[in-house]
Write a protein that binds this ligand. Structure first.
Ligand code: GLC
Ligand code: CA
Length: 518
C-alpha cells in the first residue's frame, strides 16, 4: 500500500443525475459537480465517487452501460469530465468513476454482435449456452430472444447480460476457462476502458459487483482474485497512483485481490446493518417493529454483532488495505429513514473515527430523508434515496432552474426539508457536526485510516462502546440512559458531544453522547 494520501481521504459519493443541474433540463450534470467542488472541500471530503455517468439506456440508472468511453449526453461531454478532473485536482480532490465490468447494457454493440447467429469476434464476449432450449443451472438466463441459438446469462436485471471472463471450474462445453483467449480478450477490453479514463485524469474506480466476474469460482475465490491481481499489476505498472475500491463486502478477499479499499455494505443481518438498520419492518416495508439498531436511542441493540464481523476482517486486512463505512448509498434506504438527526450525529461520530475510510453519500451530511416516490430507472425501493440534493430554500430546493415537471425525481416537499445553505449557517446542524468531525480526523494522525485500533469495552446488552485509536480513547453512548465505566488513563477531552466527561480514567457518558480523550 503505497498511497500515503489515502490515510486521510474521505469519500463523497455523488449520484450525478441528482446532484446539481446547471442547464435547467432537470437532470444533474458533470458541470454541476464541478460547480460544487468548493462545497465538498469545505465539508471535508476529498475523494469523489461518481455513480455511472456513461452512455446508457438507463434501465438500471446507468449500471447498464452502452458505451464505456462516452459520457451520457444528459450529463454533458467527455470534455466536461476532463474539466472536472482538472478542477478537482486543483483543489486537492481526486475523482473515481464507477466501473461496471460484470455486464453491459443489452444495447451495447458488443452484445448486439454477440447475439448474431454467425460466429464473430464478440460471440464469446458474453456467456451463452449452446441451445436456446437449454439454460444455465444456478444462473439467471434468457432464451428465445435473439437470432443466436443459445441462452445468455444475466448478471443482474434483464437488461444486463453477463460479460464472459470465464468459469473457474467449467462443467459444460460452453463454459470457457478464464485462460481462454476470448475471456482474456474481455478482460483486456475492460483494462482498455480503465486506461482510457485514467489517461484523461481520472484517479481510479469504484468497481461494481467486483466479485461477480468469474463464474463457478472456488470457495477461496481463486479465480476472481487472479483476475483483479492481473488488473492491479497493470495499474501498478502504468498508473501506480490509481485507486480501486470494490463493491464486494468481504475485505479479506477483496484486499487480497489487490483492491485498496472494500466497501462494507449494509445488508440485512450483517454487522454493518446492526449499527444503523437493524429494524423490523411492518408489512408495508416501513420500519416500525422492534428496532435493534445500535445507534437508535431507544434501540435494543448493542455494538457486539458489528464487532464480531468487523474485528476479524480488520485484523486480516490491517496494513494492507482499508474497509470503508458508508453513511448510505444509492442502493440503501437513507439512514435518516429510521434515525433522527441527533442519532445520526452520534452514528457519524463513530463511523468517522473507526479505522478505514469513511464515505458520505450526497445529502446524508444534511440528513436528507428517504422519500416515498415511484420507481425510476430500475430503482424500485432504492429510488427514495436518489432524489435531488437539497441546496437551499428556493424553487426545486436550488437543485435546478428547470420546471418542477422536468426534474429527474421530485424534491422533498416538506416545509422542514433540510437544506445545505441553512445547515451551513447553523453551528449545531448535522452539516457542521460532519464538518467538525472530518476536520478533527484530518488534524489527528491517530484518527487516520491506518492508525491503530483496539476495542476497550463492548458487551452484549450494554450501549457503551469504548475503543482506542493510537493515543486517543473514544467512547460512545447512543442510548437514553447515562453510563459510566472505568476504562484507562485518558484525562484530556479532545472532542465531546452531549454530556460527556472523564475523570481518573472513569468515563461518564450522558444520554446520546460521544467523547474523544487523550
Ligand atoms: C451494484 C450497484 C447497483 C446496481 C447493480 C447492478 O449493486 O450499486 O445500483 O443496480 O450493481 O449493476
Ligand atoms: Ca442538466
Amino acid at each position: 500500500m503505497s498511497k500515503e494520501w489515502l490515510k486521510h481521504a474521505v469519500i463523497y459519493q455523488i449520484y450525478p443525475q441528482s446532484f446539481f443541474d446547471t442547464n435547467g433540463d432537470g437532470i444533474g450534470d458533470i458541470n454541476g459537480i464541478s460547480e460544487k467542488l468548493d462545497y465538498i472541500r469545505e465539508l471535508g471530503c476529498d475523494l469523489l465517487w461518481i455513480n455511472p455517468c456513461f452512455d446508457s439506456p438507463f434501465h438500471d440508472a446507468g449500471y447498464d452501460v452502452r458505451d464505456y468511453k462516452k459520457v451520457a449526453p444528459r450529463y454533458g461531454t467527455n470534455d466536461d469530465l476532463r474539466r472536472l478532473f482538472r478542477e478537482a485536482h486543483g483543489r486537492g480532490i481526486r475523482v473515481l468513476l464507477d466501473l461496471v465490468p460484470g455486464h453491459t447494457s443489452e444495447e451495447h454493440p458488443w452484445f448486439i454482435a454477440s447475439s448474431k447467429a454467425e460466429h464473430n469476434e464478440y460471440s464469446n464476449r458474453y456467456i451463452w449456452t449452446d441451445s436456446c432450449f437449454r439454460g444455465a443451472e444456478g444462473m439467471p438466463f434468457i432464451g428465445g430472444e435473439r437470432e443466436r441459438n443459445g441462452c445468455y446469462i444475466l448478471n443482474f436485471f434483464k437488461c444486463q447480460p453477463a460479460l464472459n471472463y470465464g468459469f473457474q471450474n467449467p462443467k459444460e462445453n460452453w463454459q470457457l476457462p478464464p485462460t481462454h483467449p476470448d475471456c482474456v480478450a474481455t478482460l483486456e477490453a475492460m483494462k482498455d476502458v480503465m486506461r482510457f479514463w485514467l489517461s484523461m485524469g481520472c484517479d481510479g474506480f469504484r468497481v461494481d459487483m467486483a466479485a461477480s466476474l468469474i463464474k463457478l469460482d472456488d470457495e477461496n475465490r481463486t479465480g476472481i482474485k487472479a483476475l483483479w491481481k492481473n488488473v492491479r499489476s497493470m495499474l501498478d505498472r502504468e498508473f501506480p497512483d490509481a485507486v480501486l475500491i470494490s463493491e464486494w463486502s468481504d475485505p479479506p478477499k477483496a484486499i487480497d485481490a489487490g483492491f485498496d479499499i472494500d466497501f462494507y455494505l449494509h445488508s440485512a443481518g450483517n454487522g454493518c446493518s446492526a449499527l444503523l438498520r437493524d429494524y423490523q419492518c411492518h408489512g408495508n416495508g416501513k420500519p416500525g417493529g422492534e428496532d435493534h439498531s445500535y445507534f437508535k436511542k431507544g434501540g435494543k441493540g448493542d455494538v457486539t454483532p458489528f464487532l464480531e464481523e468487523f474485528c476479524p476482517w480488520y485484523e486480516k486486512t490491517k496494513g494492507r488495505g482499508y474497509i470503508s463505512f458508508q453513511t448510505g448509498t444509492h442502493d440503501t434506504e437513507r439512514a435518516r429513514w429510521s434515525l433522527t438527526e441527533d442519532e445520526l450525529k452520534i452514528a457519524y461520530a463513530v463511523l468517522f473515527t473507526l479505522p478505514g475510510i469513511p464515505s458520505v453519500y450526497y445529502g446524508d451530511e444534511i440528513g436528507m430523508r428517504y422519500l416515498e416516490v415511484p420507481t425510476k430507472e430500475g430503482g424500485y425501493n432504492r429510488t427514495g434515496s436518489r432524489t435531488p440534493m437539497q441546496w437551499k430554500k428556493a424553487p426545486n430546493l436550488g437543485f435546478s432552474e428547470g420546471t418542477k415537471e422536468s426534474l429527474y425525481l421530485p424534491v422533498d416537499s416538506a416545509d422542514d426539508a433540510p437544506t445545505a445553505e441553512e445547515q451551513m449557517r447553523d453551528p449545531d446542524s448535522l452539516w457542521n457536526t460532519v464538518k467538525r468531525l472530518l476536520a478533527l480526523r484530518r488534524a489527528e494522525d491517530d484518527l487516520s485510516a491506518d492508525a491503530p485500533f483496539e476495542v476497550l469495552f463492548a458487551r452484549k446488552g450494554s450501549p457503551l462502546f469504548v475503543y482506542r485509536r493510537g493515543s486517543l480513547t473514544i467512547a460512545v453512548n447512543p442510548s437514553a440512559e447515562p453510563v459510566s465505566e472505568k476504562v484507562c488513563g485518558a484525562e484530556k477531552i479532545v472532542y465531546a458531544m452531549g454530556n460527556a466527561s472523564v475523570k481518573q480514567g472513569t468515563i461518564e457518558l450522558g444520554p446520546q453522547s460521544f467523547l474523544i480523550a487523550r
